[in-house]
Design a binder for this molecule. Sequence first.
Ligand SMILES: [Zn+2]
Length: 138
Amino acid sequence: MRCRTAEQYISQKLDDELKPKHAASLARHLEHCSSCKAFLADTRRLQSSLQDAPLPEYPSWMHQRIMHNLPQAKARFWGFKPAYSFASAGLAIAFSLYIGALTGIRGYQESGYFSQSTGGQSIQLSFGENSLMEMYDE
Ligand SMILES: [Zn+2]
């Protein structure tokens, strides 16, 4: 085995990724190669010192700065919402006008505004509140 291959295996071994079939050949190489043995020792020391190192503490302003620099989402949804409310308000207004017109037409018909007396010649011109009040007066 060449030393370059052995160094790859040593790295894999320290990461617990070395395959068992390579572990035996690496052990055989380490028995007679002092430079690879030294590399293994150095790498072990480096790994353990890295594992013992404390996690870096982030400055307190880091979170604020990241959140401040995030791209702002455009409020597209809120732009469409008023249009929908206007549409429903318009529908409600149109419906109430329709209902009002229907009610008015019926009321005038019952009060005799559209009724014709004597063969369609004259049209009675009393309607609404006035006609009702006249009826009570009589
Ligand atoms: Zn070697």
